[in-house]
Design a protein around this ligand. Structure first.
Ligand code: ATP
Ligand code: MG
Length: 788
């Protein structure tokens, strides 16, 4: 690192400069997307370090994802070099895990606690709902889980809930019971769920001020990115950490004595209320709007210049977000020139849309854009499948960020449950998960026997395994239990040696292999004829590779560190971070990131805005912010694509263009007529397709787009020029006569027999039983079918 203090400040605009150099108790930076908020945070940290105003250990920076944390650390290291080591740059969750791993035994947990992800909590809640017959009252596990999560994010526990609830109402009474039992089970299992990580840290700090003081003394500078998405518990955590130290008797010497601990840590937060997209998880925009009240003496800095995107992209973003009422208008501007127009595309089906995206990616790459600089966004995880299929077929290298992937696969969860059973013997759920995997004859009855034996003798479920001879089960099952017990013990010696020796870095890999091999888990997969099991073996090999890599990166890492890392692999994180592939992710995961070219797919009603949130208070506004987040990720090129029909859950439905398209002015969006049509500017190329365009003026209704309030609607909107269907496969079967019994062929589904025809005119639907693909409903007018 050769940069001087001045170099750190070079290239910042005056507002950014002020945000980097201001010193004081509290600083709020509010600004639109791409205005350099994250960059300001990074430079601020670097300037604190370089000016020797703070040791790295006195800095706590909070980012939204582990990936963002990694990037921020990298950037700070580039600016100041190795002196950046020792800083805490992490997500709220990782920071809390680190604190809890140190302090858990202060309040009835041990350092070896397990972290329950949302699937784990769901499994536990399911069991409780069943045991309590709560479904009879209409309480589903999903509803209970989300309510508990909401309450925890507001720092409410079962007792405080019970105080406010109407206990005459059987539903509320039952919910209170479930909440209580859920918490009791977590405690018994020595486990925290995701929301607990934060809430329990807050409780810890409140109950033990002397513990909190340790961290208050330590962290003198706290910086939070994406502050608009903090919820109440996270807000409270920040508040606790920035309080003045309570006990002043033991102020240390040296550096600390120089610090005025009578004052709390200095707090810097950055955010953009237009990008608040986690209200559904309890995020509270008020944390921003009331910042000045909560932190008196706070300085506020506004940034207005956008350095990320071209003007056309910004205009699209601005003209969409201004339709949200209840916001302060801020105009983002860019001096990068208009750039290319936003490109729109409509396909017949999601496959057609995906093919367009794949073709376009290839064409961009030929012109010099790296795969790693391109991203494809969608609203819901399930939309990725069609994209993946086409990408695989077209040999486009891609990676999926977040979502159901590696760590959510059954076999991976099994393997991790084996590890957890060893690392945290109190975690009964982990052990129950694998007690009969592979099948070893330990059924529900035996599990009950073990459980009641454990209760009678006041020991843990895990310890009860050692008493296999006294569980009242037959000799064969005794043998199975003994065998499992032995394997767990053997792995335990490797992972957590009883002689107190520090395990070798490779211990996690070794332990995992012992567990998988000696338990018979691998053998069962190898013996199976199910082709899926072959993939499972590969995945488990991959997991072993992950543990090896972990050992290389963390020479002193233990099984607990490994499990922590795995449990916290957050949404936007991926195992391999090579830049040679296109990134696929949900809009939520895209926050804070940027790419040269962005494909925002499925721009349809019911997807964005999403059907579920459309009906909720504030829902459409939050969806609009999400759309805004998506648009503002793009540096140079933005694509908005949609399909006319979308197959979901085996049903084909007719999709309507998203209302948000109507908020984009016509002159900055160019509807692409066919893949590869790069040079056409504005005008429509294909006359044949032109015929399908809705007539101007009447357009919006015909395409099912809800009209906007007249004042905000651009004079001419992108929808006025909507070309309708653009596809190679398009056909108009409007006149096709179909009757039950007819045989047809479909481009994707093959041959089938018509069962029935319903509807009229353009909305006639054929109910077809395909020979291979099963029953489907097709919109006759546009389905790629022919009568045989
Ligand atoms: P978001 O709201 O999306 O999180 P942000 O406000 O955090 O955006 P950054 O990611 O910090 O914005 O910056 C956006 C891009 O602009 C980055 O590539 C950053 O390096 C660049 N940038 C920011 N400020 C400047 C500047 N003064 N000079 C040059 N480039 C800049
Ligand atoms: Mg940012």
């Amino acid at each position: 690192p050769s940069g001087s203090a001045d170099e750190l400040l070079e290239g910042l605009n005056p507002q950014q400069l002020e945000a980097v150099t201001h010193r004081g108790p509290a600083l709020l930076i509010v600004a639109g997307a791409g205005s350099g908020k994250t960059r300001v945070l990074t430079h601020r940290i670097a300037s604190l370090l370089r000016n020797r105003e703070a040791w790295p250990s006195q800095i706590l920076a909070i980012t939204f994802t582990n990936k963002a944390a990694g990037e921020m650390r990298e950037r700070v290291e580039q600016l100041v070099g190795d002196s950046a080591k020792g800083m805490w740059i992490s997500t709220f969750h990782s920071a809390c895990v680190r604190i809890l791993r140190r302090e858990a035994d202060q309040f009835g947990f041990t350092k070896a606690f397990t972290i329950y992800d949302s699937g784990d909590s769901r499994a536990l809640i399911k069991r409780l709902v069943k045991d309590n017959e709560a479904d009879a009252l209409g309480l589903t596990p999903a509803a209970v889980q989300s309510k508990i999560s909401k309450l925890k994010n507001e720092l409410a526990d079962a007792d405080s809930y019970a105080r406010d609830a109407n206990m005459n109402d059987p539903v509320e009474r039952m919910f209170t019971t479930l909440f209580r039992e859920y918490q009791r089970n977590l405690q018994k299992a020595n486990a925290f769920d995701f929301d607990d990580l934060i809430a329990q840290t807050v409780y810890l700090f409140r109950a033990f001020p002397q513990v909190a003081d340790v961290y208050r003394k330590r962290f003198r500078h706290i910086l939070v990115d994406e502050y608009q998405d903090t919820n109440h518990a996270q807000y409270a955590l920040i508040h606790e950490l920035t309080r003045p130290v309570t006990s002043s008797d033991d102020v240390g010497g040296g550096m600390l004595a120089l610090m005025d601990e009578a004052e709390g840590a200095s707090l810097t937060v950055v955010g953009d209320s237009d990008q608040s997209i986690y209200a559904f998880r309890g995020a509270d925009i008020r944390n921003i709007s009331e910042f000045e009240r909560d932190f008196p003496g706070a300085k506020v800095v506004l940034l207005e210049q956008n350095y990320r995107s071209t003007q056309n992209i910004l205009t699209a973003a601005n003209s969409v977000i201004r339709n949200n009422f209840d916001r302060k208008d801020k105009k983002l501007w860019s001096d990068q020139g208009d750039g290319e127009k936003v490109i729109g595309f409509t396909g017949y089906s999601q496959h057609d849309e995906a093919q367009f995206v794949a073709d376009e990616i290839e064409s961009l790459r030929r012109k010099g854009t790296h795969y790693g600089d391109m991203a494809v966004f969608y609203r819901t995880n399930s939309q990725s499948r069609a994209l993946e299929e086409i990408f695989i077929r077209s040999a486009v290298p891609y990676k999926i960020m977040g979502g159901t992937k590696f760590y959510e696969r059954q076999e991976i969860k099994d393997a991790l449950a084996y590890l957890v059973s060893v690392a945290n013997p109190a975690d009964e759920m982990a052990l129950r998960r694998i007690i009969n995997k592979p099948r070893r004859g330990i059924g529900d009855v035996t599990v009950e026997n073990i459980s009641s034996f454990a209760e009678r003798h006041e020991m843990s479920f895990r310890d009860a395994l050692a008493h296999y001879e006294h569980l009242g089960v037959g000799p064969k099952i005794q043998g199975s239990i003994a065998q499992l017990h032995k394997v767990l013990l053997e792995a335990q010696e490797i992972l957590l040696p009883s002689n107190g020796e520090i395990p070798a870095p490779t211990s996690v890999a070794e332990g995992l292999q012992v567990l998988l091999n000696k338990s018979g888990y691998m053998d069962a997969l190898r013996a199976s004829r199910d082709p899926q099991d072959e993939a499972r073996i590969e995945n488990l090999d991959e997991l072993v590779a992950v543990t090896r890599e972990f050992a290389r990166n963390n020479p002193e890492g233990t099984i607990l560190d490994f499990l922590t890392e795995v449990a916290l692999v957050a949404d936007s994180d991926d195992l391999d971070d090579e830049s040679g592939s296109v990134s696929l992710m949900t809009l939520h995961t895209a926050k804070g990131l940027e790419f040269d070219s962005v494909f925002l797919t499925g721009v349809e009603e019911d997807l964005i805005p999403h059907r579920i949130s459309a009906g909720e208070p504030g829902g459409p506004q939050e969806e609009r912010r999400l759309f805004y987040v998506g648009i503002t990720r793009a540096r140079k090129r933005l694509y908005l694509s949609l399909a006319m029909t979308r197959a979901q859950f085996g049903e084909v439905t007719v999709a309507m263009p998203s209302r948000f398209l109507q908020e984009i002015p016509a002159d900055i969006l160019h509807w692409r007529q066919s893949p590869g049509d790069v040079n056409s500017r504005g005008g429509t190329q294909s006359r044949a397709l032109n015929a399908r365009r809705p007539r101007q003026g009447s357009g919006s209704d015909q395409w099912g787009v809800k009209p906007l309030a007249p004042s905000l609607k651009p004079k001419s909107t992108a929808m006025d020029k909507f070309p309708g269907l653009v596809t190679n496969k398009v056909r108009d079967n409007g006149d096709l006569e179909l009757a039950p019994g007819d045989r047809i062929r479909h481009d994707d589904f093959g041959e089938g027999r018509v069962d029935a025809v319903t509807g009229e005119g353009a909305k006639r639907i054929a109910h077809v039983r395909f020979d291979a693909a099963g029953p489907k409903k097709l919109l006759i007018k546009i389905a790629p079918i022919e009568k045989l």
